[in-house]
Every structure is written in structure tokens, then in C-alpha cells.
Design a protein around this ligand. Structure first.
Ligand code: SF4
Ligand code: SF4
Length: 202
């Protein structure tokens, strides 16, 4: 590392450690009610910030920035944009360790799903989930059923897998999930047929 890189690294760490200022006029006092209106979000106000969830969380043990107690606290404060636009809500592995140990029965694992639903409704979706939508829509499953997979299946006498994405796409279209696929986004970006430059035939 040269001197410039050292200085940049120090600046980055210093910035990360700077206390964040919470501006009251940017808080949304109704955010907790929005969460409560979502399926499985209704118990969020039971939290008394004991930290058992954070201490139990396996994701937290490998990723220090992930902190379920902090996410809940931010949500209760009304930090809507910060919560919904952050990567936090997408990092939960749904292991249910916190769900089982929370003394207040906040049901955090399922509340995380409520936060994910709200994030998507507000236009925030993690690229990893877009990738999963594309894979399932394109192959009918989360991975391609190629000849390698089928050879391995044949060795243990399992039937050949065939791809049948059409019914999946129909389900995605019926449920609205299709709108979040790359295909749908790209089709919206294409110029509509009959649309001539300048928009006039005069
Ligand atoms: S374990 Fe339950 S009560 Fe304790 S901080 Fe987590 S959500 Fe709140
Ligand atoms: S369910 Fe999510 S938040 Fe709870 S312990 Fe597991 S990974 Fe952590």
C-alpha cells in the first residue's frame, strides 16, 4: 500500500466511525404502522431492545454491520428510507434463531419479510433477488437443467429434468413479480413501435 492508499483507507475508516446525525424532520412516525400493516410485521412494537436477537444471529457473527436489534430500532424511530434502501433487510438468512429466542415474541424472521415486502413496494429490490427472479423465470428453477445435471441424475436413476419456464412466467405475470424481472425492465426501455423521432408526421 502506498501513502495515498493509506490516507484513503484511514479516511474511509474515519468516515465509517463518524456518528450519524438523525434529523427529526426526516423521520416518518408512521413507518412502524406501515410495518404493522404487513403480514408478520404486527409485533415490532413489542421490542424492548434487549439484544438477544443480535447475539443469536449467525449472519451478525460474520458480518458486523448486520444487527437485527439496530434495524428494529431504526424502524421504530421512523428511519424509513435508511431501512428500506439498506442491504440489511436482504442479509437475513431466515434461520429463525432470533425468532425462537426473542423474549418479546417479536417474530423477527417474519418481520424481516414484512420489511422486504415494503422495500419492494417502495422501489428497492436487491440485485440478488432480481437475479433469482430471472433464473426461475428463464429456467423454471433456480439453476439450469443442463446435460451435466441430467447425467448425474441418470446415474442415480432419477428422471431427466426438462425446463418449463412458461407456466412460471404466467404465475409471475399474474402475481406482479414479472415486473421486477430484467426482461420486463428491458422491454420498458425499448422504444415503442410506431414511435418516430420527433413524435410527429407533419
Ligand atoms: S430479542 Fe426481541 S426484544 Fe430483544 S432486541 Fe431482539 S426483537 Fe427486541
Ligand atoms: S432469522 Fe435472520 S436476523 Fe434472525 S438470527 Fe437468523 S439471520 Fe439473524
Amino acid at each position: 500500500m502506498n501513502e495515498n492508499q493509506d490516507a484513503e483507507a484511514v479516511e474511509e475508516v474515519t468516515k465509517a466511525q463518524e456518528p450519524k446525525v438523525i434529523k427529526f424532520d426526516e423521520l416518518d412516525p408512521n413507518f412502524k404502522y406501515e410495518i404493522q400493516a404487513e403480514p408478520s410485521g404486527e409485533f415490532i412494537t413489542r421490542c424492548y431492545a434487549c439484544g438477544t436477537c443480535t447475539a443469536s444471529c449467525p449472519v451478525r457473527s460474520i458480518e458486523e454491520t448486520f444487527n437485527p436489534r439496530r434495524i428494529i430500532h431504526m424502524a421504530l424511530l421512523g428511519m424509513k428510507k435508511e431501512v428500506l434502501s439498506s442491504e440489511f433487510v436482504w442479509l437475513c438468512s431466515t434461520c429463525y434463531a432470533c425468532f425462537e429466542r426473542c423474549p418479546q415474541d417479536v417474530r423477527i424472521t417474519e418481520m424481516m419479510n414484512a420489511l422486504k415486502n415494503l422495500a419492494v413496494k417502495n422501489g428497492y429490490i436487491h440485485p440478488a433477488f432480481t437475479a433469482q427472479i430471472d433464473l426461475i423465470q428463464g429456467h423454471g428453477r433456480l439453476y439450469e437443467a443442463d446435460s451435466f445435471v441430467n447425467k448425474k441424475r441418470a446415474k442415480i436413476r432419477l428422471p431427466e429434468l426438462t425446463e418449463s419456464p412458461d407456466p412460471i412466467k404466467a404465475i409471475f405475470k399474474a402475481t406482479g413479480l414479472y415486473e421486477y424481472s430484467t426482461e420486463a425492465k428491458e422491454s420498458k426501455e425499448l422504444p415503442q413501435s410506431g414511435n418516430t423521432e420527433g413524435g410527429s408526421n407533419e
